[in-house]
Design a protein around this ligand. Structure first.
Ligand code: A3P
Length: 287
């Protein structure tokens, strides 16, 4: 174990959490059988994964839109990393919906022939590092150190997900080999309906106005935060340890300004410019 604080486990150059190791799933990942009509939401941690799990579940499951289903969002759109030994999930009828933090090079190789639908959600990395810090500090209770220390670990890529820069570039550089739609967290914040319309088009799903209203309403931050099936609180409480905060924390753009010093910000900008030089996707850093 290289970092007891954050329970990291390095596998093929990428940092996973200890959970994946404990349930021994990683060796089987590459051979996981992909179907053409699978749908994946892929993210670097803290970029809007649960938000998109909720959106996908609402788009695909009528009972979820009608608030009738009993399954949590995380069961409707399970994490690939934790699912591959669960036959009931693997054998689900199509289309199967999955979330994952996998980097491009560890994704099941069947993707190359089957071309499942992939939605890559990205968020400005300054907000990602803040969100991540609070996740470990208040939800996972694994960070006892300062933001400053966590900030350094993030820049070194010593967190689950490894280096943010490598994750997004890895997927973007291989986009011509995948059927992939990039979605920006901040654009979803600014125009949730427009973003959902865009993703429905990509997925080939047509929703009535009434259904679209239901999806948009139930994907709003406040509604998800108060919805026990969507807010992950029950998942976080499984081990019975009381948390200091919630998985759905603030859901805002630009919270980094409340946490990063001028010096940290300047350093981050320099690294970002170096790492993301000529990278075509745009970023939004504040409202
Ligand atoms: P904050 O910690 O900044 O609040 P992930 O699911 O990838 O771990 O990302 C979690 C982040 O997405 C958290 O950010 C969470 O609040 C935010 N989030 C989740 N649902 C959201 C929603 N409906 N609208 C805006 N942000 C949301």
């Amino acid at each position: 174990m290289e970092n007891p604080d954050l329970s990291l486990y390095k596998y093929k150059g990428y940092y996973f959490g200890r959970l994946e190791l404990r349930i021994g799933l990683l060796e089987n990942l590459e051979d996981f059988e992909i179907r053409e009509d699978d749908v994946f939401v892929i993210t670097y941690p803290k970029s809007g994964t649960v938000w998109f799990q909720q959106i996908l579940s609402l788009i695909y499951f009528e009972e979820h839109r009608k608030r009738a289903g009993s399954l949590d969002t995380n069961d409707q759109v399970p994490f690939l990393e934790y699912s591959i030994k669960h036959e009931d999930i693997v054998k689900r009828p199509s289309p199967r919906l999955f979330a994952t933090h996998l980097p491009y090079y560890l994704f099941p190789s069947g993707m190359k022939n089957k071309k499942p639908k992939i939605i890559y959600v990205y968020r400005n990395p300054k907000d990602v590092v803040c969100s991540y810090y609070y996740f470990f500090k208040n939800v996972k209770l694994q960070v006892t150190g300062s933001f400053e220390k966590f900030f350094e670990q993030f820049l070194e890529g010593k967190v689950v997900g490894s280096l943010w820069f490598d994750h997004i570039k890895g997927w973007y550089e291989h986009k011509s080999l995948c059927n992939i739609q990039f979605m920006m967290y901040e654009e979803m914040k600014k125009d949730l309906r427009g973003s959902i319309v865009k993703v429905c088009k990509f997925l080939g799903k047509e929703l009535s106005d009434e259904d679209m209203d239901a999806v948009v309403t139930q994907a709003m931050f406040d509604n998800m935060k108060s919805d026990p099936r969507a807010n992950y609180d029950s998942l976080m409480e499984l081990d019975g340890i009381p948390r200091n905060g919630h998985f759905l924390r603030k859901g805002t753009i630009g919270d980094w300004k409340n946490h990063m010093t001028v010096e940290q910000n300047e350093r981050f900008d320099k690294i970002f410019q170096r790492e993301m030089k000529d990278f075509p996707l745009k970023f939004i850093w504040d409202m």
